[in-house]
Design a protein around this ligand. Sequence first.
Ligand SMILES: NC(=O)c1ccc[n+]([C@@H]2O[C@H](COP(=O)([O-])OP(=O)(O)OC[C@H]3O[C@@H](n4cnc5c(N)ncnc54)[C@H](O)[C@@H]3O)[C@@H](O)[C@H]2O)c1
Length: 265
Amino acid sequence: MDFTGKVALITGGGGGIGRATALGFALRGAKVMVVDADADAGQASVDIITQRGATSAFLQADVTQARSVKDYVEKTLAAYGRIDCFFNNAGIEGVVRPTQDYDEDIFDKVIAVNLKGVFLGLRHVLPVMLRQGSGAIVNTASVAGLFGSPGMPAYVASKHGVLGLTKVASTDVAALGVRVNAVCPGPVETRMMRSLESQRDSNNPEGVHAALAAGIPTGRYAQPEEVAGAVLYLCSELSGDVTGTHIVIDGGRSGSGGVAPAKRA
Ligand SMILES: NC(=O)c1ccc[n+]([C@@H]2O[C@H](COP(=O)([O-])OP(=O)(O)OC[C@H]3O[C@@H](n4cnc5c(N)ncnc54)[C@H](O)[C@@H]3O)[C@@H](O)[C@H]2O)c1
């Protein structure tokens, strides 16, 4: 996979999966624009990339605000002239609470970042790619876009919605040279899982981690770089006829129907 001469734009680029993907693009030749609400985290990703001799810059933006999204698109074009790959990835977990107790404000916030933020990214990046006549977009969904997860109504609804947006947007532009796909990670070793583990049991987050990992056939969470690998593939010419679909990166868990692997003798 060679992204020499290409420009990659990544939201949530200061976070675990976004940073690994930004570095993956940069080390394969792309110029990388890192977008994040958290300026320190986003700039840290850029520093890691530029220390490796690659080209990258940071833009602070809030993906829930149309003006902010337009701004990161315009500034990326001003800096690098085009957008070949767009990783539409910023997301938040919200809280772990049963649906009957879930706070309306938190519901709105999760939907605003995870679903509206992804829509706004599509809404403002697709016209750029359509003018170019080429481009590839990967939206970050989750296995929570495929199955339920107790106590996560907003997150699960938002990620199901991301897969819906992926299907519609991909067919809207399929004949025009632009592809839109999604990734569906299971648990990944990032801040987000640390938050969910301590929300599920603040006295024993390590126990939650161990129990979740034991339910995955590989016996472990994914590393962010393993999600990045799927994103890079979906943005590369190797996946030239792949659009409107998703790749699951979950160590075989959904393939097992969620049934914990048999213990080895
Ligand atoms: N970690 C997992 O286990 C896992 C599994 C499946 C899907 N995902 C998804 O992967 C994506 C990345 O998550 P991560 O694990 O790297 O978590 P993370 O918290 O490390 O990264 C998320 C990044 O998004 C940024 N962000 C949040 N709200 C924003 C906003 N309004 N505008 C701009 N940036 C904003 C945060 O500042 C953060 O840097 C998310 O969409 C998440 O839902 C994560």
